[in-house]
Design a protein around this ligand. Structure first.
Ligand code: CP
Ligand code: NVA
Length: 305
């Protein structure tokens, strides 16, 4: 699929996601059986990080290695990007030397600009606005545990941030409903101009959002880049915690998800995060399997072996 980027969840069609899920399953099973599958020998993934990461770095690096390629970690502060080299120039240079680029940064405009100057496909590894790789893994994980997500209700408790905004994009593509409960003043701003009516409900009451939900999810109340708002946010989000009591309002088969890192006792209670409904560790592991499928698709197109 030369020339295609993965910058927002809306960049791919339902059909493309169905393909990625099939491939994620194949690649996950193959790895578990210990079979080598290395179609990307000689290929290089550049990973540029302007923010911290554990899962994104490790999943991309391990995944690229498993596919036979090489992953290069670039902390922006150690490169000329950190000394003010224009993103357009960096994109032109890295795009000529590497086969695929992953960028974790601040504003979405940075990753968009990078992509428009890069000859190599660009993957959004998290921006202030979106985290499409996370949602890709999340939907795959839900399907793995409960089957199709179509027609289901996803309750999101907390911040209308990069993760919940990407869930919203997924709701329309996979035909489910996102019910967001956030404090007053933190309502979701839809940035892509898409009409989400029928797929989105917003409330200030976590109980209302969770009632009968098939999946309950949350995230930190202070995302990277918003640290200066920490004190105020910790007060404003006090009653937006996923507790065992809240989970009782969800469907009896509901699962709990969290992109991690989590703060036990802040946005989620330990008995939920570490409890029987939580599928967060599979969710984290699936970052690697789904991103391998994504890189394979971006570099080689639709493979079916
Ligand atoms: N969920 C996620 O992207 O984690 P990291 O910040 O550790 O990469
Ligand atoms: N919303 C969080 C997600 C971290 C993976 C952040 O942007 O910091």
């Amino acid at each position: 699929m030369p020339g295609k980027h993965f910058l927002q969840f809306t960049d791919f069609s339902r059909d493309e996601y169905e393909h990625l899920f099939v491939r994620s399953r194949v690649l996950k099973d193959r790895l578990r059986r210990g079979e080598l599958y290395q179609p990307l020998q000689g290929k290089t993934l550049a990973m540029i990080f302007e923010k911290s990461s554990t899962r994104t770095r490790v999943s991309f690096e391990a995944g690229m290695n498993q596919l036979g390629g090489h992953a290069m970690f670039l902390a922006s502060k150690d490169t000329q990007l950190g000394r003010g080299e224009p993103i357009e120039d960096v994109a032109r240079v890295i795009g000529r030397m590497c086969d695929v680029v992953m960028l974790r940064t601040y504003e979405q405009t940075i990753v968009d600009t990078f992509a428009s100057y890069s000859k190599a496909p660009v993957i959004n590894g998290l921006t202030n606005e979106y985290h499409p790789c996370q949602t890709l893994a999340d939907i795959f994980t839900y399907i793995e545990h409960r089957g199709s997500i179509e027609g289901k209700t996803v309750a999101w408790i907390g911040d209308s941030n990069n993760i919940s905004r990407t869930w919203l994009q997924a709701a329309r593509i996979f035909n489910f409903k996102l019910r967001l409960a956030c404090p007053k003043g933190y309502e979701m701003s839809v940035l892509d101009g898409i009409d989400y009516r029928g797929h989105f409900e917003q409330t200030h009451d976590p109980r209302e959002a969770t009632e009968g939900a098939d999946l309950v999810s949350t995230d930190v109340c202070v995302s990277m880049g918003f640290e200066r708002e920490s004190l105020q946010r910790r007060v404003d989000f006090l009653s937006y915690k996923v507790t065992g009591e809240l989970m009782k309002l969800a469907d009896k088969d509901a699962v709990f998800m969290h992109c991690l890192p989590a703060h036990r006792g802040e946005e989620v209670d330990p008995d939920v995060l570490d409890g029987p409904q939580s599928i967060v560790w599979d969710e984290a592991e699936n970052r690697m399997h789904t991103q391998k499928a994504l890189i394979e698709y971006l570099l080689l197109g639709k493979i079916d072996n």
